[in-house]
Design a protein around this ligand. Structure first.
Ligand SMILES: Nc1ncnc2c1ncn2[C@@H]1O[C@H](COP(=O)(O)OP(=O)(O)OP(=O)(O)O)[C@@H](O)[C@H]1O
Length: 608
């Protein structure tokens, strides 16, 4: 068993890579557990004390047994006082052991709760400073996995392993030592099958690290085929390729099955042999049989045999707990690695002290930006300069992929430019105090959360009253539709809500209305919505834009024409700026304008 860090490529990992992963996992675990290391150490110390105390009841048992047997053999009365004393020691030690064990578990469970909170808080603090462009769907998945699954996996390691793992290690050693103290021959009988078991298990675990990683990789391949098949099911069905798509899944599943079968088949024999060496009847046979012979020879007492046989029976349980805790440790290593990785996500540079802009004019000065880094970098903006005069509407136009959305998202500080500056009222964007109360945005994807519609609208102003939320919904032309829903504003947004894309857009507009930001970024993408919804969205957007500094990603001729300033973008550069009348003779603009008229509702060509 080993750390199973998922790898997306199907290449099986080598044993060196596995070792490196395991080491990295162990280091990551140490980092993650550092805030509660002291408490875990205390839990371990208490677990050791409790494990050593486990010997006392056996000592008492042997003494009581001897007292009873001696009396029976001599035909005399039992020394009731001595039996009573040992009985009290037995019960007292047992109770004390349980109490210490309970306190140790309590300490580690409280440490687990603290650590869960510390990790969540550190993640939230870190992610609140991360570039907004980072939050792609994959990264959202990573955050969800870390916050839910990984913290859960680490739970076992923090709350249980220090106590159960230590106990499973120390208790058998202490009991075994006592078995040898009773009589070395009985001690040997108690551990008689252990070396064979360890050898069988070592054999079956050989190469386990590599194989587990291979299994993880192959399973990922099967899941990928499955996801491919399910996500593309409509297209696959429409083109009658079900057999083919299904075959590719079937092939990877068969490949996995063959790999797994070949790996596990020989192991099953060895490990069942190993397990049978720890079977209760075998242990009893060896200990009681051998013990009876020793009793017969007068070397030990029956009570001694009873105690060491009971000790021998505890060994399988201890080994199982030990193996589970090793497994949990390796799983937690992979989880800790993911958490440490997330905590190291690059964040936006800290700017100087927050400043309040004197006006709401926006200036882009020589702004360049690329997505990704190194060889994968995609240059999206190249020296963009433009100015938004306060209280006016600037329309960004240009072909698909020209950089319009990138310009808009940089103003909302989804990321910082690689070169150049963006200022609001003379203050660089990173230094603007309360940026999101000054810059509102309604982008193509309305980004509604799975919370009530009321909370979705009030997201930017959580203190808003019901009346204010209703007023915003009315201004966004969506009030009636919300009120017609069975739960009205309490409806939780989600796949079953039955809201159309246009309605979701208008809810996002209501949210922006409520924030009441003086600078607005709008994406007038309405191609996916029905004409009635388009009309309502246009009206809502025009109301919203009034009196504000607006940067509008424009698609429709009448909207472009109505803008105070039009900025024509192509290939990440600004190639012309002016009013419609000034630009109408510009060849690039004229081309877009013609296309916009020819295809007023299409997304792909020219101005949409
Ligand atoms: N997340 C991303 N990762 C990598 N490249 C990206 C990403 N987003 C955009 N790009 C690239 O940056 C360039 C500009 O894209 P942008 O989305 O800003 O253009 P756009 O004019 O808004 O296009 P559209 O009208 O199609 O939305 C394009 O080449 C695009 O492929």
């Amino acid at each position: 068993m080993t750390t199973t860090v998922s790898t997306s490529d199907a290449r099986p990992a080598s044993s060196r890579e596995v070792k490196v992963q395991q080491k990295a996992g162990a280091r990551a675990l140490k980092d993650v557990m550092a805030p509660v290391a002291g408490r875990l150490a205390l839990g371990r110390v208490l677990a050791v004390i409790s494990a050593v105390l486990a010997v006392v009841p056996y000592v008492a048992l042997v003494h009581i047994g001897d007292l009873l047997l001696d009396a029976a053999r001599a035909g005399s009365a039992v020394d009731g006082e001595a039996v009573d004393r040992w009985l009290r020691i037995l019960i007292g030690a047992f109770a004390l052991r349980l109490l210490i064990y309970f306190v140790a578990l309590l300490i580690t469970h409280l440490a687990d709760i603290t650590l869960g909170n510390v990790i969540r808080l550190r993640l939230v603090r870190r992610l609140s400073r991360v570039h907004l462009v980072w939050f792609t769907s994959t990264n959202s998945g990573r955050v969800r996995k870390a916050l839910q699954d990984d913290i859960g996996t680490i739970h076992h390691l923090i709350a249980h392993q220090p106590v159960d793992g230590t106990n499973a290690m120390v208790m058998p050693i202490a009991l075994m030592a006592y078995a040898f103290v009773i009589d070395w021959r009985l001690g040997l009988l108690a551990v008689a099958t252990l070396p064979l078991y360890v050898a069988a298990m070592a054999l079956s675990m050989r190469g386990m690290g590599e194989k587990t990683v291979q299994m993880d990789t192959r399973l990922s391949a099967v899941s990928a085929r499955m996801v491919e098949f399910v996500t593309g099911i409509t297209v696959v069905k429409a083109f009658g390729r079900v057999g083919r798509a299904h075959r590719s899944y079937q092939e990877s599943a068969d490949e996995f099955q063959e790999f797994y079968y070949n790996w596990v088949r020989p192991l099953i024999r060895v490990s069942s042999l190993g397990n049978s060496l720890l079977a209760v009847p075998l242990i009893l046979l060896i200990n009681i049989g051998g013990g009876a012979w020793l009793v017969h020879r007068g070397l030990v007492t029956t009570a001694d045999v009873l105690a060491t046989s009971l000790i021998a029976l505890l060994i399988p349980y201890a080994i199982e707990t030990l193996m589970n805790s090793t497994w949990a440790q390796q799983m937690a290593g992979a989880s800790a690695l993911r958490i440490v990785d997330l905590l190291a996500t690059p964040v936006l540079d800290d700017a100087g002290p927050a400043r309040t802009p004197a006006s709401h004019g926006v200036v882009f000065d020589g702004v360049s930006y690329s997505y990704g880094s190194g060889d994968d970098a995609v240059l999206a903006l190249d020296g963009v300069s433009l100015e938004l005069t306060p209280g006016t509407v600037t329309a960004l136009v240009g072909p698909s992929g020209s950089g319009k959305s990138t310009i808009a998202t940089l103003l909302a500080r989804f990321d910082d430019p690689r070169a150049g500056t963006i200022t609001i009222g003379g203050v660089p964007v990173p230094e603007v105090a309360d940026l999101y109360s000054r810059v509102g945005f309604v982008l193509q994807d309305p980004q509604l959360l799975n919370i009530s519609l009321r909370d979705n609208i009030a997201l930017g102003r959580p203190g808003a009253t019901d009346d204010e939320v209703r007023a915003a919904a009315r201004a966004a032309q969506v009030l009636d539709e919300i009120e017609e829903l069975p739960d009205g504003f309490d409806t939780v947004y989600g796949a079953d809500t039955g809201l159309s894309g246009g309605q979701a857009q208008r809810i996002a507009i209501a949210r922006a209305i409520l924030v009441d930001a003086p600078i607005l970024i709008l994406d007038e993408a309405t191609a996916l919505t029905d004409p009635e919804s388009q009309h309502q969205i246009q009206r809502a957007l025009s109301d919203l834009a009034r009196g504000r500094t607006v940067l509008l990603i424009a698609h429709r001729p009448e909207v472009i024409r109505g803008a105070d300033q039009i900025v024509l973008v192509d290939g990440g550069r600004v190639i012309a700026t002016g009013t419609h009348e000034q630009l109408v003779t510009h060849p690039g603009y004229a081309h877009l304008w013609r296309n916009a008229h020819a295809h007023p509702d299409t997304e792909t060509e020219g101005v949409r």
